[in-house]
Ligand binder design. Structure first.
Ligand SMILES: Cc1cc2nc3c(=O)[nH]c(=O)nc-3n(C[C@H](O)[C@H](O)[C@H](O)COP(=O)(O)O)c2cc1C
Length: 196
């Protein structure tokens, strides 16, 4: 398809192919591309323009500090956790060359409840993943116990009005695209009122 002739159609096609990649390796997108993606990803619907988010970018050896926090969480939950369990936790921070931690930063606002602020933050994280995919790289959005762990939240410097909404693991897909499972749009989109 000639993407220049109809960029909108091209965008929709790419969006319709997006998938997660749980197995990622080097390289991550370079800094210039990442900077462009991060800037563009911020153009999300955002009630009252509160910008209710912040993102931590963790790559290279810095991932080991995140691994330390995962181990701390492990030991906090089970002080008798063995070496193997701790190493498995530590390695989770090395699952991809780059990790973006998406943090909702809630403001008390009479018109914008926290759910709206979380949704806007999630939109940014999804934009990043979509853009990453469109550039031939891969990502996977994870939460799990570390997203709500007091050791991890404290270690990453979260304030009491903040919440981790996701760890976006980013890199180059290790495996070829698997076939996408079909989705039927009519299962989810219905014209209203229904025509009889
Ligand atoms: C808010 C959120 C949290 C998620 N947390 C996890 C997680 O902790 N572990 C996981 O395997 N998948 C998690 N997922 C799902 C994956 O990111 C992914 O969408 C799923 O594996 C389906 O793959 P697909 O995106 O290729 O359809 C989460 C997705 C969202 C939106």
């Amino acid at each position: 398809m000639d993407s220049n002739a109809n960029p909108g159609k091209n965008f929709i096609e790419i969006m319709g192919q997006r998938r997660s990649f749980p197995r990622l390796e080097e390289p991550a997108p370079d800094k210039e591309l990442l900077d462009n993606i991060f800037l563009s990803s911020l153009r999300v619907p955002d009630h009252m323009h509160l910008r209710p988010w912040r993102f931590l970018i963790i790559g290279g050896d810095d991932r080991n500090h995140l691994g330390d926090l995962f181990v701390k969480d492990c030991l906090q939950k089970d002080p008798n956790a063995g070496e193997e369990t701790c190493e498995s936790a530590r390695k989770k921070a090395l699952r991809a060359p780059l990790i973006v931690v998406g943090i909702a930063h809630y403001t008390d606002h009479p018109k914008v409840p926290e759910i709206e602020q979380a949704l806007a933050t999630g939109c940014v994280l999804n934009n990043i993943g979509l853009a990453i995919y469109s550039c031939g790289y891969g990502s996977v959005w994870r939460t799990g116990p570390y997203a709500v762990s007091s050791s991890v939240c404290e270690g990453l410097g979260l304030n009491s009005n903040e919440e981790i909404l996701g760890f976006l693991y980013i890199g180059t897909p290790m495996k070829a695209d698997r076939p996408l499972k079909a989705i039927k749009k009519d299962d989810f989109f219905k014209y209203w009122p229904a025509k009889v």
